[in-house]
Write a protein that binds this ligand. Sequence first.
Ligand SMILES: [Zn+2]
Length: 107
Amino acid sequence: MTKTLFMQKAAIVKKIPKKRNEIIKGCLVKLKLTCGKKNCKCYTKGEKHTSLYLSKSVNGKTRMIYIPKRYEAKVKEYVKRHKQMQKVIEELSEINIKILKTGTEEK
Ligand SMILES: [Zn+2]
């Protein structure tokens, strides 16, 4: 039974993303905004600009960080990878508790 747990653990470890350094914690939010220029289509036609922001909780306060267009794809990838890492960490925590409960040492 314990052997199965160790096998499960090995399977979880394999799910750790290769580029585990490239991660960002936060949620991506798309905001529709007007730029304030009277000759811009957001003012004349009401076609608002969409901008990507990273919503991040820092010391209990939510911070919104603007993501420039050229970084959008990269940041999306980083955020996704962080979520993946977090999932792996959760799964490892669970399996380690189960292993400790069995009282067996890992070889
Ligand atoms: Zn505008």
